[in-house]
Write a new protein. Structure first.
Length: 579
């Protein structure tokens, strides 16, 4: 028999009444009722109330002390039943108590209220913060979700293979974390930004379907949905696979996962496929939140013949907000404030009155015929408001997307009880650097261009699309992926357009380029973000809430004190001098 406990603190029920039992856990609360002490004893499973007649047993003990208690389980009287607890109909009458560990008399915060504490304090005492059942359940949910993902991938025939953590530096978009070598003077390893090259090498090695819950390391600034430093992906790759083959796997695994771990409605397969250009125009972003019903309309051609100076020779976007005209004036003032905060020069709008007449400062610039055309073209209805966004091409879509999102929030029209998934497809292969004018990759450089060599040789680079795709859920980018470029001749040409020579490729990607000369199968894959999945499923606002020991927003581990200084001897061993 276990010397500390026979049951956990969520296990005992009326059927156990009369049994001799032993429990162990933390003192959650202590209540002294005139010689009779009531303790809520907590472990990771739940809480059981224990009753102590001899107060000398707990002399000097406070909350969060760890104890083991033994006694007879008894039924509570009907008036003392606690319906909030699963064990609320029983209590343990203590006959013996053993102190396993005392706790400091002063706690930095109340365990059950830790989420209201400043984040720096929470993270410094993360071992206490994690005792909060509401915090702990996020970590439990994460473990269960990862277990489900593994089972799902293995049922689909994928083989879990671990790839190296110490590897070489490669230009993948973010800053590398560098690790100096002791044995090789002046040389460095890098932590992998993703297992990109390794998983492609596995396909060349003859493995048909690979996956892993892969750690990735990128020296990036933190955001609500991005952890600085380390994050995890459900990384998978398939040989002899097309874009649709990858989509089929992603749709099945994500749909099953989101329906298993949430009661919300989940968009069924097939998920919507939205071309990148359409997403930018209709939603103002390549990460659209499809729960928001508002759609952006391109009104540039309409206003080409309207003599309104702010819209002259600029693209114009419009957003129809239903039932908005009757909103209080404060909404329009706050929307204008928001527009100026994000860098817009203003925010025009037209409202539809009860007699279908249009009202707003822009109306006087429109002829009666143009007003009728606008009503018909946009299917305007009574009480609608049409908001206008106009700026240079570089900014107009982004501004329109931000206005769409803010309107959706302020009008409370975003469906909070659903997960809306979509694929963003047909990303441009190349873009033009605004500072230098040079052609450069816009996404994963290892992607296959649509049209392959023919497209590279005959098309304007800025018109070439790639077999690149993202999965977006509720405005959060869950995943990116691509059909890979598996042919050396196409790779050379693709990189040549972006300004790389053959020598550059051989020096930056020697293993992959060499491997492709020995027979590489067509292959494709993607990597949904595990942290973001868990964040969405547990309905947390910050990704740090679903990571056991996260860094703070300034990329510091305030619990262990990282990054920190090291000794001069450690620096000498790896041939480093601080300057």
């Amino acid at each position: 028999m276990n010397m500390y406990r026979t049951h956990n603190c969520d296990e005992l029920r009326k059927d156990n009444v009369g049994q001799q039992v032993r429990l162990a856990g933390w003192i959650d609360t202590i209540r002294d009722h005139g010689g009779v002490i009531f303790i809520d004893l907590r472990d990771s499973y739940g809480i059981t109330q224990v009753v102590i007649d001899d107060d000398s047993l707990i002399m000097g003990l406070g909350r969060e002390a760890v104890i083991s208690v033994e006694g007879i389980l008894q039924e509570r009287s009907s008036e003392n039943v606690n319906p909030k607890l699963a064990t609320g109909e029983v209590e343990l009458k203590v006959s013996s108590l053993e102190v396993l560990s005392k706790a400091a008399s002063h706690l930095p915060f109340d365990i059950n209220e830790s989420t209201q504490t400043r984040e720096e304090v929470r993270l410094k005492y993360r071992f206490l913060d994690l005792r909060n059942p509401n915090v702990q359940k996020n970590i439990v949910a994460r473990a269960n979700i990862i277990s489900h993902l593994r089972n799902s991938m293995e049922k689909l025939g994928f083989l879990e293979i671990q790839t190296p953590i110490l590897t070489s530096s490669s230009p993948e978009g973010a800053r590398d974390y560098l690790v100096p070598s002791r044995k090789h003077h002046g040389m460095f390893y890098a932590l992998p930004q993703a297992p990109q090259i390794f998983k492609q090498l596995l396909m060349v090695s003859g493995f048909d379907k690979y996956y892993q819950i892969a750690p990735c390391f990128r020296d990036e600034d933190a955001r609500a949905d991005r952890s600085p430093g380390e994050f995890y992906q459900l990384d998978f790759e398939m040989s002899f696979a097309t874009q649709e083959d990858v989509f089929e796997v992603a749709e099945k695994v994500l749909y099953d996962t989101f329906t298993k771990f949430s009661n919300k409605k989940v968009s069924p397969a097939p998920f919507k496929r939205i071309p990148y250009s359409e997403s930018m125009l209709r939603y103002g972003t390549d990460k659209p939140d499809l729960r928001n019903p508002l759609i952006i309309e391109d009104l540039t051609d309409f206003f080409a013949n309207v003599d309104f100076a702010p819209f002259k020779n600029k693209p114009v976007r419009g957003i129809v907000a239903p039932n908005c005209a009757s909103q209080p004036r404060s909404l329009f003032d706050k929307m204008l404030d928001f527009a100026t905060e994000i860098g817009m020069k203003g925010l025009g709008y037209i409202s539809v009155l009860s007699d279908m007449a249009l009202k707003g400062p822009i109306v006087k610039f429109l002829s009666e015929e143009q007003q009728k055309e606008m009503i018909t073209r946009l299917n305007l209805k009574e009480n609608d408001t049409l908001f206008f966004i106009s700026d240079v091409s570089k900014f107009v879509d982004t501004f329109a997307g931000q206005i769409r999102t803010e309107l959706g929030k302020r009008l409370d029209i975003i469906d909070k009880d659903s997960f809306e998934m979509c694929f963003i497809v047909d990303f441009p292969m190349y873009g033009k650097n605004e500072d230098t004018g040079a052609i450069e990759f816009t996404h994963n450089p290892f992607s296959m261009p649509q049209g392959e060599m023919k497209a590279l040789e005959e098309m304007d680079p800025l018109d070439i699309k790639a077999y690149q795709y993202d999965i977006v859920c509720n405005g959060v980018e869950l995943s990116s992926g691509a059909v890979r470029n598996h042919r050396p001749d196409i790779m050379l040409k693709a990189f040549e357009i972006a300004g790389y020579t053959k020598e550059d490729i051989e020096s930056k990607f020697p293993a992959l380029f060499n491997a492709f000369h020995y027979g590489a199968p067509p292959h494709a894959g993607m990597a949904p973000g595990v942290d973001r999945m868990v964040m969405l499923l547990t309905e947390q606002e910050s990704i740090r809430e679903v990571i056991a020991f996260p860094m703070n927003s300034n990329a510091q581990d305030v619990l262990l004190g990282a990054p920190g200084t090291v000794s001069e001897m450690q620096l000498r061993e790896v041939h480093i001098k601080i300057r």
